[in-house]
Ligand binder design. Structure first.
Ligand SMILES: Cc1cc2nc3c(=O)[nH]c(=O)nc-3n(C[C@H](O)[C@H](O)[C@H](O)COP(=O)(O)OP(=O)(O)OC[C@H]3O[C@@H](n4cnc5c(N)ncnc54)[C@H](O)[C@@H]3O)c2cc1C
Length: 429
């Protein structure tokens, strides 16, 4: 019988613990994070991570049989709906992107040696990682266009190319690169994944790219996005992850679950903005009445609540389907969650910011940072437009072309209906 986690008191206790831990230990740290050096920040995190490990909640994204603490997508979604309230909670819970996706990838496609060398230390939080597909000179929403190449020379791959926007590359101990190994093959068999370790000659981290989220970026901070040059980088042949030419298939293992994990946490962040929206509404008056009596503000709240509830149910259904039918079968559901939650996140933060007026725009509130950061949601994990293509393709599988549409089709249907229901027409007289 399936585990009924919704009524399992032990699991509900765990969720209560997560809720209290996020609210009381993590969120209060937020205002002073910028005051820590990267080294101090690592030291601050250690005891917090230990508490999570003591609760058996570390690295829950990965199923137990793959080496994590995981318990399935649906219970994980319940947890992410809480941890997503704090932007750095995923790091404290050991399921931070891109490490989480990379651990899924290595668990699925890695050899025993690769797991020993990279996966287990990564899961223990001892090694950091990055994942590199995107390139500056080609539209990387279509990764079949990437040009970074790897050529076998004896027992070594020789890699040349340039990647950019690679999250955590400047602090990563190893980076998994998507590269072209078989240019003569059919498109979906051209690419493979190869690991390059930090310090390998020829790999140069050119810069951490300033972004909307981190405009004044400091080199080497977690969550930054780097530009990486590969110039005759040589790595052992055994650094190939999975099969040669299997890069695109393997990337689906990594990207599918990762997308829903991020999109679930966006909802938690949106819920936090919703709390601020409602607290502000209850605390302020204008034109002789409380904000709660202004109908346009009521509409903001009602729209936000409806969007959040629809998104939550869509998300939980997708997670349930992943557990029941597998990631591939749920790909359109995951795409819907990704697109929809990105929009809901942005909408709710925008309304909360608006109702906070100048305070919302100021850096005294976290809303301006949340707003800037939310703009990445429609772009990352595949542009929303591309996910909509997936959704539309799945939907259209259930339909066929209609012959003679519309000039012949409509009269034919009318004639068929007349004949079939002649007795009804006769009865009418
Ligand atoms: C914060 C952040 C972190 C990132 N981290 C990583 C990382 O760790 N590793 C990594 O490899 N990449 C990372 N990326 C890159 C990200 O995956 C790419 O930006 C994304 O895949 C889009 O590729 P592109 O930037 O080349 O844009 P393009 O491919 O040029 O696309 C730009 C826009 O064109 C439009 N478009 C493209 N194709 C279609 C279509 N078929 N139909 C309709 N419209 C379309 C969309 O509006 C799309 O947003 C990150 C990006 C950001 C913003």
């Amino acid at each position: 019988m399936a585990w009924d986690f919704e009524t399992d008191p032990a699991f509900q206790e765990k969720l209560d613990w997560v809720r209290a831990f996020v609210e009381e230990e993590l969120i209060p740290l937020e205002p002073i994070i910028g005051d820590f050096t990267p080294q101090q920040w690592r030291e601050v995190q250690e005891p917090l991570k230990q508490q999570v490990k003591d609760q058996g909640l570390w690295a829950c994204h990965l199923e137990k049989e793959l080496g994590g603490q995981g318990f399935g997508q649906l219970p994980l979604a319940q947890m992410n709906l809480i941890t997503g309230r704090c932007p750095f909670a995923q790091e404290i819970f050991g399921n931070m992107a891109p490490d989480s996706g990379n651990s899924e990838l290595l668990a699925e496609g890695g050899t025993h040696e690769q797991k020993e060398k990279w996966l287990w230390p990564n899961l223990r939080g001892e090694l950091r990682s990055a994942f590199a597909i995107t390139e500056p000179f080609v539209a990387s929403t279509d990764p079949t266009q990437i040009t970074t190449s790897a050529v076998l020379d004896g027992d070594e791959w020789v890699i040349n190319g340039r990647k950019w926007m690679i999250t955590n590359a400047s602090i990563a101990d190893f980076i998994i690169f998507m590269v072209v190994t078989d240019p003569e093959e059919v498109v979906y068999k051209r690419c493979s994944m190869i690991v390059v370790e930090k310090g390998t000659p020829g790999m140069e981290i050119l810069r951490d790219i300033p972004t909307m989220h981190h405009p004044h970026t400091e080199y080497g901070l977690i969550g930054n996005h780097a530009e990486v040059l590969l110039n005759d980088v040589r790595v052992p042949r055994d650094n190939l992850v999975g099969e040669r030419g299997g890069g695109f298939i393997l990337s689906q293992v990594r990207l599918g679950p990762g997308r829903i994990h991020h999109a679930t946490r966006w909802l938690a962040e949106a819920e936090r903005a919703f709390d601020m929206l409602c607290e502000r509404t209850k605390s302020r008056t204008s034109f002789g009445k409380g904000y709660e009596k202004h109908q346009m503000i009521q509409e903001y709240i009602a729209d936000s609540r409806m969007e959040l509830e629809m998104a939550r149910l869509l998300t939980l259904r997708a997670a349930w389907k992943m557990d029941r039918d597998g990631h591939h079968a749920a790909r359109a559901d995951i795409a819907m969650v990704k697109v929809n939650n990105a929009t809901v996140l942005y909408n709710v933060i925008d309304r909360a910011l608006q109702v906070h007026g100048s305070l919302g725009y100021s850096c005294d509130m976290p809303l301006e940072l949340m707003y800037r950061s939310a703009r990445m949601a429609p772009l990352v994990d595949g542009a929303n437009e591309v996910h909509k293509v997936t959704i539309a393709k799945e939907e259209l599988k259930r339909y066929a072309a209609v012959d003679g549409w519309p000039s012949e089709h409509i009269p034919t249907r009318r004639e068929a209906a007349r004949q079939r229901f002649a007795h009804l027409l006769e009865a009418r007289g």
